[in-house]
Design a protein around this ligand. Sequence first.
Ligand SMILES: [Zn+2]
Length: 482
Amino acid sequence: MKRIFCVIIACVFLLSVGGCRSTKVERSVYRIYASFDGERTVSAEMTFDYFNSTDTEITELAFNLYPNAYRKGAKHPPVPAQSAAQAFPNGVSYGGIEIVSCKESGDDIEFKVCGDDENILVLYLKKGVFPAERVEVEIKFKVELAECRHRLGTFDGVVNLSNWYPVLCYRDRSGFYLKPYSAIGDPFCSEVADYFVELSVPGEFTVASGGDCVKTEVGEEQTRYSFECRSVRDVAFSLCKEFEVFVGKTGDVDILFYHKGCDFAPDAVRAAELAIKTYGELFGEYPYSTFTVASVPFLQGGMEYPCIVYVSDRLEEEQFIQTTLHEAAHQWWYGMVGCNQYEHAFLDEGLAEYSTLLFYENHPEYGVTRESFIEAKNTEYREFYGVLEQLTGKVNTVMERPLDEFSGEYEYVEIAYVRSVLMLDGLRESVGDARFKRGLKAFFEKNRFAVAGPEHLAAAFRGVGSDAEGYLYSWIEGRAVA
Ligand SMILES: [Zn+2]
């Protein structure tokens, strides 16, 4: 996500079936058949074809129920209390997800909605699934949308449909990761899978999607779109009756910009084209057929999803474009190279933010130099440090901590977006430009479609001849002085 720093401181087309040109590996597959009623309800049936890529027998499956963060009484609501008025301008509004039924191979199976905040759905399988085996489950569910400017909700005629379906929890050696939502940061982590989504909407709606539209069926009242998105961690949409689309292209990638009368659409598309091209050259190829930018009502600056990003329609041109560059970089850092954004947000945010600097260095016409960019971060960090030291007498500079250990949005932003950039710039200073870029490229290549942590970043630099571990961890553990 991209924050709006000043606020904080003050306080077609695409019929290339397949989408991703990646080599074939066994993955889980989501097939979602969803219908939006044109108001605030999405009814859906999802078939989840689970592939056990672990080395252990799986007897139950756990899914995140992110929409429940929007329900009445949620312990971990989606936005901080001080931002509620901005996120919910028309007053209190609630949403949520109801699990209607769960089946395995056509038979009802036992399930429960649990977790710290009704944020988890557990399905009990009829029998264990061994490594490299598959099992297919079906989940019928209904999502109610809150009226809000956020990731999931409807506001000003736009429906943001993201983090909206039960998505399998990330699993590591200690089991499924079950943390609840967090109003601070992007509390998400999931595995790469293949997605096939049929979405029916009232005919007047235009759909911006994080997938390739491979079929459109126009009915009397509803239009059904079929989307495919392979090798992605998530699938998101934005719907609006008034969307206009401005189209661009870079290489084989179609760039789509959805907006409601944005007066700098050609410049926004140009920035998105250049971003996909530049990051592709710097880190590794963008393997999907489309990249969509949707200008939508959004509390923060923007939000990343695979092949689609949201950018707040309230931003002025310069901030809009900078946010687009940041969110586009997340296609590499979060999208292709996954990150547990709850546990080490600094990693994908730092890399996304530093990538925007590399973009500017490659495109001097945008008028941002490395010196000006880093000086601005330095100034911001010093101000943060000074303010916190004065207020609390102590500043926690540890970068690697879960989202629930940040005191608030301000501290989170300064650690995850600013201190991380200073860390990466110092690394670049010490290893040199060429090796720094080789290290980032190696980190991308080795962790593409996996979930990586800071240890993988250190390993990538070791692989290109730079033992950066001591340096990185002195920053990550808070010992290095910025
Ligand atoms: Zn971000």
